[in-house]
Design a protein around this ligand. Sequence first.
Ligand code: F0G
Length: 420
Amino acid sequence: MILRCIECRKEYSINEARYKCDCGDLLEVVHPLEVLKKKLSRKLFDERLTRKDFPYNSGVWRYKELILDVDDKFIISKPEGNTNLYKAEKVGEYAGLKEILLKHEGENPTASFKDRGMTCGISAAKMLGFKRVACASTGNTSASMASYASMAGMESIVFIPEGKIAFGKLAQALAYGAKTLQIKGDFDDAMQLVQEVCEELKIYLLNSVNPFRIEGQKAIGFEILQQLGWQVPHWIVLPGGNLGNNTALSKGIKELYEIGIIGKVPKIAVIQAHGANPLYRMWKNETSFKPVKAETIATAVKIGNPVSWKKSIRGIEWSRGVVEEVTDQEIMDAKAVVDASGIGAEPASCCSVAGVRKLVRAGIINKDEKVVAILTGNLLKDPDAVVNYHLGKLKGIKSNYANKPIQIEADLEAVRRVLE
Ligand code: F0G
């Protein structure tokens, strides 16, 4: 295992705490795939699926050799992953598909997909001997980091945009004991600042510029494929913000393909919120990357200058995938349908379902194709968005699927009137 620059290909040891190459570009972990080809198989991973012991009971560390092949003594696991893949008929109908599968990453220990990357990132921090870790976050990364850092006995410092993160996430960072710095600025300002701070104060940076975060995150894709009996779906669709998750998805799938565990590649569709869509603009207009000033109700993806754009676009192209955008209205309508199906997810998560609907209507996804949409965070992360939607109080959003509470007198007659 080594770290390698994605552009100039300069190599570094994984025992060096580094996020970028001397040339300024991003680094990625390179695994010895030729060696792993002989060692890894579907059968090995399937056998591990039955194990109850640490670390193979984790839906990340089950694939350890492709994640971070370190001594178990460094691993901090809650354990994460093992999330459900739901067949959701109503959601499929809404999206215009025969069937849709929803991979619910809100079922992770801190209720978002971030736990997969974080278990790997915090284990790397332990391996490298750090006692302090930091991240900038729209909320989920900070919730996850705060929890894993506390379990590892490390101090955590989070940088969040002032007044712009969902309540459930802020509550988690405070509760798990993170030093929580609300900066006067947006996520992109926080991201800039935390990189400087980590460099100067020798704190370990746990945003997805950290190559080990990407390694752990790959396990969503591994687990989806294993749950499907290693049968490859036509599409995997997911939201895009800082663009770490889709970078990880394509990297992991490429590795599985290269070692022969799968023989086909799913197309990856990345869905951005219209108000935070720099990757979409670049894709659509075939221009160079330009940051935007972000604004969307899906605060988790309110990001205008995503750090992993270059890795992300390469992975999407490799999978022959697409980038799409959806409006806040489309996100909240899709969310209402996902929620009412009994599954539920936070607003940003529902970019994926809204995006599938749009891509089906555009004829890019065929209605007979097998589609997995990733739900990245739990419904309860952002209760304000839910309640205000159903009360019709979201500015600029029509509550097309509202389920308003009904106020009545406390007597049987009043109940009868409402129910009949
Ligand atoms: N969905 C949710 C619920 C998120 O929290 C995020 C990112 C994304 C999607 C986008 O994933 O950044 O890998 O493209 N949240 C980060 C955070 C930025 O700080 O919690 P991405």
